[in-house]
Design a protein. Structure first.
Length: 88
């Protein structure tokens, strides 16, 4: 059985470019609606990058880091998972 892994992220912007934070959550979207529902688990250990910095998702699939890259954020899709949309 193939699993679908969605990347949901948001940009929290402030007046200072140095303070921009990227936060989000990687989770298994079992019903394919693109939203994290209560019964859908986060995926831990997924690498998320902005082409400069990398972080791994925590036990709930949550990540956060300061934006230092070039405007693209992407995930490294773990083995056993696939995406139905872009992973960036």
């Amino acid at each position: 059985m193939k699993k679908t892994c969605y990347l949901i992220f948001s940009f929290l912007l402030s007046l200072s470019a140095d303070a921009q934070m990227i936060t989000g959550q990687v989770f298994v979207d079992t019903n394919g609606n693109g939203l994290k529902d209560k019964n859908e688990a986060g995926v831990s250990g997924v690498v998320v990058s902005d082409q400069v910095s990398t972080v791994e998702t925590d036990g709930d699939g949550v990540y956060q880091f300061k934006a230092r890259g070039y405007g693209f954020v992407f995930i490294s899709v773990p083995g056993g998972y696939k995406t139905t949309k872009s992973n960036w």
